[in-house]
Design a protein around this ligand. Structure first.
Ligand SMILES: [Zn+2]
Length: 348
């Protein structure tokens, strides 16, 4: 058992069979990893303080449910906090991406309260409609990027759907308090309705701040409420809470939110400068993305864009376009449209 001092509170950290406990006073929080995609773990957190609530669910079918139930079993037997799936009263969702709520598509969790920010709540209400709309926008976006990509079966989540009527949906807003005075803060950027949740000395980070990866940037020109500028402002907001223990939705816990927020901010400023350099001559988004990742191939494991999966190629385009949007807003880059609809960028 380790102890972590947060202000005047001592938080104990204990790990048994892959489940981590963070505890102080009468509050026990358990981190349970659920494999959402092969190799992609979502950290879900069971919050026990008289009530039992879950923060994020992970994506997936029976296997994901089994992983959650295995976590509850370890908590019951090794941590001696008896808990079953039926004891969970509410599920709080950090943001509308499917690896954070997909397990709601399974009937085992129905009847519970589901808390999600109002701007991401539509994703739960009619996911397939949203997915169809998003795919159309992405096709158009890729055409404008000057890339001839095969666009069938992108982001294969075609069977995923939540029967929202099975749940009691609670739409969240900034500054709201829920359950036992848990504080909700709106931090748009990674998604329009991303939230932080503050409980005593801990801050649930969702995908705003991760320990290793810099979270994916979606261009605000593609999805309103996303974008690098909003995201960087949200990082500042997270850092402004002072010394709290950061519990992210992927990867490892974060002992200094401010230090990690600063690292990620500096990373994006470097990326902006690299991209501005690449815009010295006029190029389309595909060319800029390709050249950027040749220059910085360490960020895609030494690969080239051509070697990525098609979905990852789209993510790479989105990431670079999010930075171009920022430079365009600042008047540093000019965007022009060519006759065939492809957008080109050059530095001012
Ligand atoms: Zn995620």
């Amino acid at each position: 058992m380790d102890t972590i001092e947060i202000g005047t509170t001592t938080v104990t950290e204990t790990e048994i069979e892959g489940v981590k406990e963070y505890a102080w006073d009468d509050t026990h929080i358990y981190q349970i990893g659920i494999e959402s995609f092969p190799g992609h773990i979502t950290n879900t957190y069971l919050i026990m303080d008289g009530e039992v609530n879950l923060f994020d669910t992970g994506l997936g079918g029976k296997k994901a449910l089994k992983e959650l139930e295995r976590g509850l079993e370890i908590i019951s037997t090794h941590f001696r906090q008896k808990v079953k799936l039926e004891d969970i009263s509410g599920i709080i969702i950090s943001h509308g991406h499917a690896d954070h709520w997909g397990l709601l598509s399974h009937p085992e969790l129905k009847g519970k309260k589901v808390y999600i920010h109002e701007l991401d709540s539509e994703t739960l209400v009619d996911f397939q409609k949203r997915l169809t709309g998003a795919k159309e926008r992405i096709k158009n976006f890729v055409n404008q990027a000057g890339w001839d990509l095969e666009m069938d079966n992108i982001f294969s989540l075609d069977k995923l759907q939540v029967r929202i009527a099975d749940y009691e949906l609670v739409k969240l807003t900034n500054g709201q308090k829920i359950i036992a005075d848990y504080e909700v803060y709106h931090v748009p950027g990674h998604s329009p309705g991303s939230i932080l949740l503050k409980i005593g000395p801990v801050l649930f980070l969702g995908d705003l701040i991760l320990s290793e990866t810099t979270p994916h940037q979606l261009p605000g020109s593609l999805i309103e409420g996303c974008g690098l500028r909003l995201y960087l402002n949200s990082l500042k907001k997270a850092a402004s809470f002072g010394n709290l223990l950061g519990l992210p939705a992927h990867e490892e816990i974060i002992y200094s939110i401010k230090d990690r927020a600063d690292e990620i901010t500096v990373f994006h400023y470097h990326r902006l400068l690299d991209i501005l350099d690449l815009c010295a001559t006029e190029k389309n988004l595909f060319q800029i993305t390709d050249e950027y990742y040749q220059l910085r191939s360490e960020y895609i494991n030494g690969k080239t864009i051509a070697e990525l999966t098609r979905d990852d190629q789209i993510l790479a385009l989105e990431e670079i376009r999010a930075h171009l949007d920022y430079l365009i807003e600042d008047g540093k880059v000019i965007m022009t449209e060519t006759d065939n609809g492809v957008l080109k960028y050059h530095a001012q």
